[in-house]
Design a protein around this ligand. Structure first.
Ligand SMILES: Cc1ncc(COP(=O)(O)O)c(C=O)c1O
Length: 342
């Protein structure tokens, strides 16, 4: 074999190796479900403000959960309950699921979590579903990305990809997807029923789509195309965030989270977020309140979910939309009637 052929063969082997570490899924939840089942995980520690569908998945699999509160800077987690648990030397197979509040990457990494492994934590899952999808710095056992509904990059057909550190820890399992079960779960979560209980009542994964074969996606396509979409999306978000910050930044009644929290959506904290949200909807506009905390002992997460408004800054929002939302928020926080609607 000539040197040129050898180089291209080496490249091919390398690509195959990289591709085998990545796994595709129709949802991040289906990949997470496969990982939890394959590794017989019995207890998961996760942020109190994690997405309700993750709690529902854990309920469906009858996996025990322990919520962790956010630290005051909102980026990290209070590890005390996990530390106390590990000190008891339990034999349970455990996992820490690190979800990142509003996509702001936490400070956790391989070296500052080493003590958790030494103390007996079995797996770490880095759930980057709300983060800017960058395929780098993989240090956890499973690193999850999603391109589904309301993610940083939302593809029409959804889809998810994950990086698995050890291929032996992952296998795609099959279960039957039932749209009716999905609707039952979706409706219950919209009505803010406790998500863990909702999942537990269903008792299986029939509500989680696992139809990877219907996806028209490949790992190769994702690794090449998502970085381009990320650049385009970031450009738009920076423009809309500048409008939101310009309009709302000088108001004393409004706190704006620091920039690292504002790439998924633009997040503000106000006292009466429920009333202002109602006014936004009444004007034919939209925004969201984000993920309730069901464990009232987690005070920081509870306060965050009570006060936050997530303002949309995606590819389909316009400058006029942002200005109209700001007008309502400004008047709403002062108890005045809004003047502009679009
Ligand atoms: C942190 C987090 N993980 C996982 C998921 C589930 O992603 P998917 O809809 O691709 O299953 C979500 C959904 O919003 C999420 O916010």
């Amino acid at each position: 074999m000539g040197p040129l052929l050898l180089t291209s063969r080496a490249k091919e082997i390398c690509e195959t190796l990289v591709a085998s570490m990545y796994v595709l899924g129709s949802r991040a939840l289906s990949i997470l479900g496969n990982f939890l089942i394959c590794n017989r995980i019995q207890k998961v520690f996760l942020p109190a403000n994690c997405c309700p569908v993750v709690y529902a998945l854990l309920g469906s699999l009858d996996i025990k959960v322990q919520t962790l509160d956010l630290t005051p800077n909102l980026r990290n987690l209070n590890m005390r309950p996990l530390k106390n648990f590990l000190a008891k030397n339990s034999n349970e197979v455990t996992a820490l699921l690190l979800a990142h509040t509003y996509g702001a990457l936490s400070d956790f990494n391989e070296s500052n979590t080493r003590w958790l492994r030494t103390a007996g934590l079995t797996y770490i899952i880095d759930d980057r579903c709300l983060c800017i999808p960058k395929f780098e710095n993989f240090w956890a056992d499973l690193t999850l990305f999603s391109f589904g509904y309301s993610k940083f990059i939302q593809l029409n057909q959804s889809g998810a990809v994950a990086f698995v550190k050890k291929p032996s820890t992952y296998k795609r399992l099959s279960w039957k997807y039932n749209k009716k079960s999905y609707e039952v779960v979706d409706q219950a979560l919209r009505r803010h029923h406790n998500p863990y209980t909702v999942g537990k009542n269903i008792g299986n994964l029939s509500w989680v789509s696992n139809e990877e074969e219907k996806l028209n996606l490949s790992v190769d396509w994702i690794l090449k195309t998502i970085p381009i979409l990320v650049e385009q999306t970031l450009e738009k978000k920076i423009i809309l965030n500048t409008i939101y910050r310009g309009q709302l930044g000088s108001e004393t009644e409004i706190d704006i989270l620091d920039d690292r929290f504002n790439f998924w959506r633009f997040n503000i904290l106000i006292d009466d977020s429920a009333l202002v949200l109602k006014k936004i909807f009444n004007a034919g506009l939209f925004a969201s309140d984000h993920y309730r905390t069901y464990d009232r002992s987690c005070q920081i997460s509870t306060d965050l979910s009570k006060n936050v408004i997530n303002l949309f800054n995606g590819m389909t929002q316009t400058k006029e939309f942002c200005l109209a939302c700001c007008d309502i928020i400004l008047k709403g926080t002062k108890g005045e009637k809004a003047s502009k609607v679009i």
